[in-house]
Design a binder for this molecule. Structure first.
Ligand code: IPD
Length: 260
């Protein structure tokens, strides 16, 4: 694939993420306050908006790039040589409960390697974007990870889901706390990673996260000068993986803390 085709995909991903995010924001602002919450499983929320936003993104991508494969959190799909990996709303639990902290995530992966990563937070109008080798941006301005190199001055977000036994998460939290880090837990792994990329926090770690939640954001962290473990393995595409993303100097201490 030549540079022009890749750049076209990058521009399309940015435009589609914005359009999809605006749809999610409209649904969020006009949702029924007395809405009946629906679940796919324990603590796993299902909203009609996830499906609606994913259909919009899938449709736009299929029109523009009919030969590319598509895999979305809600509808699944297939993994081809060129594949779009999409989470229509990362932070679904917050979205469903009326908390304005969620984003759209779109990654383009070629030969198993993320080439494009775009996240859009429609409530703050923040578009995080990266193309491999070209740096990372927030609303068009270059971003970099923080210069923090002492874990005792750091803010580390620890993601958790019911896919991992709570005891393992609690033990990780204990180890990170013992190192002296300030621990955060918010509701969107994708935004948590993007916040590492632009220095709002210094690390994001999770024992298991799905490819659609993190594929785009991991590239954004790398392109912002951060260090990330070998996240997007072949197995990760369908089954997920652990993620450690941080400022380069925190790598050794956090890799050790993530050992169980
Ligand atoms: C979840 C969020 C959460 C992370 C979980 C994800 P969803 O994705 O990113 O922060 O800790 O691992 O499953 O369900 O909001 O798309």
């Amino acid at each position: 694939m030549n540079d022009a085709s890749m750049h076209l995909r990058f521009l399309a991903a940015c435009a589609i993420a914005r359009e999809a995010g605006c749809l999610a924001r409209d649904r969020f602002l006009t949702r029924d306050e007395a809405l009946t919450l629906k679940f796919k499983g324990p603590q796993d929320y299902l909203t009609e908006t996830d499906g609606e936003v994913e259909r919009l993104i899938a449709g736009r991508l299929a029109e523009a790039f009919p030969d590319d494969a598509f895999f979305g959190e809600e509808s699944g799909g297939s993994f081809g040589r060129d594949v779009w990996i999409v989470d229509p709303i990362d932070g679904t639990a917050d979205f469903a409960r009326g908390v304005p902290y969620f984003c759209v995530s779109i990654a383009f992966v070629r030969d198993g390697r993320a080439e494009i990563g775009v996240l859009y937070d429609p409530m703050l109008d923040e578009l995080f974007a990266a193309q491999r080798g070209k740096g990372a941006t927030l609303n068009g301005q270059a971003i970099k990870v923080s210069p923090i190199d002492d874990i005792r001055q750091s803010v580390v977000e620890l993601g958790w889901s019911s896919r991992v036994a709570f005891e393992r998460y609690a033990a990780l939290m204990q180890r990170v706390n013992d190192l002296g880090a300030g621990i955060k837990r918010r509701g969107s792994g994708a935004l948590g990673l993007a916040y590492v990329a632009m220095g709002r926090q210094d690390a994001y770690c999770e024992l298991h996260i799905n490819s659609w939640d993190a594929a785009a954001a991991v590239l954004i962290v790398e392109e912002a000068g951060g260090w990330v473990n070998d996240f997007l393995t072949e197995e990760c595409l369908a089954k997920g993986n652990r993620v450690i993303a941080c400022t380069p100097k925190l790598r050794a201490v956090l890799e050790k803390a993530m050992e169980e």
